[in-house]
Write a new protein. Structure first.
Length: 102
């Protein structure tokens, strides 16, 4: 009985998995995934990052609240300016709306 050729072992450069290739058929016969050992430093940094996110969320919320408070003032100022321009130039046609461009 002829002896089966040995499998070629190759390490993937991307994921570090080990591939076992049959040279006769050039097919991957089996593979072994790379296991990354867990580190405590990663867990500790993730916990610190998680604790810091509450402050960032609160800051973003407060910024959004301030923007909503001043939003109506800005719209009123824009409306007053457009009304003033319309009263100064009554012969000028109104500005184009989005639906007028079709």
């Amino acid at each position: 009985m002829p002896k089966a050729p040995a499998l070629i072992q190759v390490t993937c450069p991307c994921c570090q998995a080990e591939l076992f290739i049959d040279p006769a058929t050039q097919a991957v016969i089996r593979h072994k995934e790379h296991v990354k050992p867990p580190t405590h430093a990663d867990i500790e940094s993730a916990v610190q990052r998680f604790k810091g996110e509450a402050g960032r969320r609160e800051d973003a919320f407060q910024k959004s609240v301030e923007q909503h408070k001043s939003h109506s003032d800005i719209l009123n100022k824009k409306f007053d300016e457009m009304l003033r321009l319309a009263k100064e130039n009554p012969d000028e046609p109104p500005p184009k709306r989005d639906i007028d461009f079709d």
